[in-house]
Ligand binder design. Structure first.
Ligand code: GLU
Length: 446
């Protein structure tokens, strides 16, 4: 394999798909050396096949808003790779959603799901529907219209969607209701992230954030550091940021910043249960602003237009969106003494930021390893649904712990460098790739 030639070919085929090309380039650069030691991969053209989705469904979603006006959005499902199991991955509702974004997410999901130890292929979907400012009734009508197109292409053993940015428990409820009505199938396992009374798993809402902090714990242990007393800056205030803030606080760290598109909250005294609960209220308001946090809690201050990375912290946890931490942000963090950055969002850091962290010796781990606890717990939800049982929160938490430890071990196995430090980007990419590539090889040219 020659990464430069492969990338040039992909750029020619998919011009302008910047997020997708960025995600592919990162993986190819990490795996190049190992790949070239496996002539059987080269012969089966594994890499040329693995970078292209199996198929993409694109559809029109038409619905009526509260004013009675007809609205039209685009809907997508990218079924990326099913070599190790049924397609699995979230749905993103965000105004910037386009095929490049969903292809990057589906590609990342394929390797992330492979890392979880569970048999799940990779997928992603969503819409350019913007939930900001929408009423609950509008969100319901949109979800129903979206599902009238999607339902025929998903299923317990084919493709199992879940939430992502803009899609949480409320949306999964509306989507599942419409699925059951259309499909006349009442298996609880066709979507994950469900409510607790209709097949949801204990701890699924918390799992992405909790899993991320379990991963960080292992990473810090290995480097002889600890979360205790560390200051943590988190971007975002949604479901993932909420779980991360909760677990970081429980493990003895102080969460001193959260942020939104409108600016940053500086929270010098750390989180309390009340503050963590309020993050949920902020998210549910559909306003996508974090400023009211400082009105509600006077010991916190709001600075408009600033990112979480402007706050001096030991550990940075991007929990919002791709490329939300760039090279300049990384430099600012490094200058302020940050010694660890773990991506909890998918591809939260730009390549320049990752490079800056790695060159400065900042502990860095990529999203596909750090945030895999979310989809892993979705996998556990699918298992419970198929077995028609539900595990206690304690049981799910134990399994989540085990999975995050296994992912960390896989990163160490494939990412340990000559000086004994771990390159987690390389480790995660090689571990995920080897599993999917082997599965593809053994199943022939299809
Ligand atoms: N959207 C989440 C992710 O990026 C969860 C996907 C799922 O649970 O299927 O991994």
């Amino acid at each position: 394999m020659n990464v430069k030639n492969l990338m040039a070919e992909l750029e020619r085929k998919h011009p302008g798909e910047s997020e997708y090309l960025q995600a592919v380039q990162e993986v190819l650069e990490s795996i190049e050396e190992v790949y070239n030691q496996h002539p059987e991969f080269e012969k089966a053209k594994i890499v040329e096949r693995i970078v292209e989705p199996d198929r993409i469904f694109t559809f029109r979603v038409t619905w009526v808003d509260d004013k009675g006006e007809v609205q039209t959005n685009l809907g997508y499902r990218v079924q990326f790779n099913s070599a190790i199991g049924p397609y699995k991955g979230g749905l993103r509702f965000h105004k910037a959603v386009n095929p490049s974004m969903l292809k990057f997410l589906g590609f990342e999901q394929t390797f992330k799901n492979a890392l979880t130890t569970l048999p799940m292929g990779g997928a992603k979907g969503g819409s350019d529907f913007d939930p900001v400012g929408k009423s609950d009734a509008e969100i319901m009508r949109f979800c129903q219209a979206f599902m009238t197109e999607l339902w025929n292409n998903i299923g317990v053993d084919t493709d199992v969607p879940a939430g992502d940015v803009g899609v949480g428990g409320r949306e999964i409820g509306f989507l599942n209701g419409m699925y059951q009505k259309l499909a006349r199938k009442y298996h609880t396992g066709v979507l994950t992230g469900k409510g607790m009374t209709w097949g949801g798993s204990e701890l699924r809402p918390e799992a992405t954030g909790y899993g991320a902090l379990y991963f960080v714990q292992h990473m810090l242990d290995k480097a002889g550091k600890s979360l205790k007393g560390a200051t943590v800056a988190i971007s975002g205030f949604g479901n993932v940021a909420w779980g991360a803030a909760q677990k970081a606080t429980e493990l003895g760290a102080k969460v001193i910043a959260i942020s939104g598109p409108d600016g940053v909250i500086y929270n010098p005294n750390g989180m309390t249960d009340e503050k963590i609960d309020y993050m949920l209220e902020l998210r549910a308001s559909n306003r996508n602003i974090v400023a009211p946090f400082a009105e509600r809690f006077p010991d916190a201050t709001f600075t408009p237009g600033k990112k979480a990375w402007s706050v001096k912290c030991d550990i940075a946890l991007p929990c919002a969106f791709q490329n939300e931490l760039n090279g300049d942000d990384a430099k600012e963090l490094i200058a302020n003494g940050t010694w660890c950055c773990a991506e909890v969002s998918n591809m939260g850091c730009t390549p320049e930021a990752i490079h800056a962290f790695q060159s400065a010796g900042v502990l860095f781990a990529p999203g596909k390893a750090v945030n895999a606890g979310g989809v892993a717990t979705s996998g556990l939800e699918m298992t419970q649904n198929c077995m028609h049982i539900s595990w206690s929160g304690k049981e799910v938490d134990e399994k989540l712990h085990y999975i995050m430890e296994s992912i960390h071990e896989a990163c160490v196995k494939y990412g340990t460098q000559e000086d004994g430090t771990v390159n987690y980007v390389k480790g995660a990419n090689i571990a995920g790739f080897m599993k999917v590539a082997t599965a593809m090889l053994e199943q022939g040219i299809i």
